[in-house]
Ligand binder design. Structure first.
Ligand SMILES: [Zn+2]
Ligand SMILES: [Zn+2]
Length: 155
């Protein structure tokens, strides 16, 4: 597998110039599990390009989202989080710590609109945010001692 050729093809499909820097940002993102913030991507990319700035990482992630290469996790999250999971899926979002966990699409289907969408509105996909309190936050608010949770590191 030629990763550079793959990345070039991906960029071509989305009308994007394939630069080395952009490729590194993309590959770093894909190597991180979950829904990394621009800061998390930046911390990693900096190890390979020490001169890179957070603003550059931010700008590139935005471009990826704008061109449809990557998906923004949730428009309601309040900060940019990008998704390395390209399969259609939904999200459980903790209202306290903002951690995000994937919910498989099958767990929520079928989702359909009852009645028509607003006039002229073209539906592309459904993205459901299930809001709540994650196990770690629930444990923290009930007991003073720290409880390990499988959701702790999946934000
Ligand atoms: Zn939480
Ligand atoms: Zn996701």
């Amino acid at each position: 597998m030629d990763r550079t050729a793959d990345f070039r093809a991906l960029c071509r499909r989305h009308g994007l110039a394939a630069t080395h820097q952009r490729q590194l940002i993309y590959e770093t993102l894909m190597s991180l599990t979950g829904h990394p913030s621009p800061e998390m991507v930046y911390e990693r990319v900096r190890r390979k390009i020490p001169s890179i700035s957070l603003a550059t990482v931010y700008k590139n992630l935005h471009t990826f989202v704008e061109r449809g290469v990557l998906r923004e996790v949730s428009l309601h999250h309040g900060s940019l989080r990008v998704d390395a999971n390209h399969e259609p899926h939904h999200h459980a979002v903790c209202m306290k710590c903002k951690s995000i966990v994937d919910i498989q699409e099958e767990a929520l289907t079928p989702i359909r609109l009852r009645g028509a969408p607003p006039a002229g509105f073209q539906v592309e996909r459904f993205a459901v945010d299930v809001l709540g309190i994650c196990a770690a936050c629930a444990a923290r608010s009930h007991r003073p001692r720290k409880t390990a949770s499988p959701f702790d590191h999946q934000s």
